[in-house]
Design a protein around this ligand. Structure first.
Ligand code: F3S
Length: 294
């Protein structure tokens, strides 16, 4: 059996940066909280709790004596001001690529552009971006949502959720340009996402079974699952090695593995280890070693 592990599987730069800041802060401060889970992975959230980093869902749950880490998704301008007004020690771990979108949105909103975010309105990153234009953005997830009525005579500044699917972005952005009067279109899809999506597509085309590892509520992992389904007949989506049913995978000749940006290295390694225990691996191409929580 051959096992191909995507080199881009696991933490991206922004998530790694946020994790580094969180772990360092936990060593130096007490009452460390994150506003929402720092990454969408239950195993990692549990381990962070053991290190004294707890999740709060709302600013109302934050006390002035707390140190609050803003995760890589970022937050809106008002939320940031509210935290500072409370006197909280704020550690901003917003990914620089997301921060860049906040700046684009804030600047162009002040110049009179209607902000359009291509992404999922329920995703915290999109909610945060919308918070830099007074929550006035048009948020579009599907090409069918773009119509003449919405964009006629509009002067729009279009950005994307960093983890949005590239092909879908092109379709939606093109249709907006067709209807709008003036369009400033900035592709803010993160290259880490692009690379991971392209690598997933390539591997999925060349294997009999694709295993996608990540949190069930991680949108970028779900996108990897969709891409895998489009390119490979057999795809399994698991959160960790416990969910891997060995009977279902043992007869495949060529297996591919990919993982979302929030999947810790130790979770990926446990899946590979479980596979190695049940099958004879002819070859394994492994991704970079990031030694978290070891
Ligand atoms: Fe940042 Fe890209 Fe990761 S935007 S959080 S490096 S997916």
């Amino acid at each position: 059996m051959e096992l191909i592990v995507a080199k881009s599987a696991g933490f991206c730069f922004g998530v790694k940066n946020a994790m580094d800041k969180a772990l360092k802060t936990a060593e130096e401060e007490k009452n460390v909280k994150t506003l929402g889970p720092i990454i969408h992975n239950p195993d990692a959230v549990n381990l962070l709790e053991k290190k004294g980093i707890f999740v709060v869902e709302s600013i109302d749950d934050v006390k002035p004596e707390d140190t609050v880490i803003i995760r890589s998704h970022g937050i809106g301008k008002k939320e940031l001001l509210d935290l500072k007004e409370k006197g909280v020690n704020v550690i901003d771990a917003t990914c620089p690529y997301v921060k860049n979108i906040h700046n684009i949105v804030e600047q162009n909103y002040s110049k009179g552009y209607k902000i359009v975010i291509i992404g999922d309105s329920e995703h915290p990153e999109v909610k945060g971006i919308n918070g830099w234009c007074d929550n006035s953005a048009i948020i579009i997830k599907d090409v069918d949502e773009v119509n003449e009525e919405k964009f006629k005579n509009q002067k729009v500044c279009v950005v994307a959720q960093t983890t949005f699917n590239l092909k879908k972005w092109h379709l939606i952005a093109s249709k907006i340009i067709f209807y709008a009067k003036e369009s400033l279109v900035i592709n803010t899809i993160c290259s880490a996402t692009e690379i991971r999506q392209k690598e997933t597509e390539e591997i999925a085309k060349n294997v009999d079974l694709m295993i996608v590892i990540g949190g069930k509520n991680s949108s970028n992992t779900k996108k990897l699952y969709d891409i895998s389904k489009d390119n490979c007949e057999n795809v399994i989506f698991i959160e960790n090695a416990d969910e891997l049913e060995v009977e279902k995978v043992k007869d495949y000749e060529k297996i591919g593995i990919t993982a979302g940006a929030s999947t810790p290295q130790f979770v990926i390694e446990k899946v590979i280890e479980k596979l190695s225990n049940i099958i004879d691996l002819d070859e394994e191409v492994s991704n970079e070693d990031i030694d978290y929580f070891s």
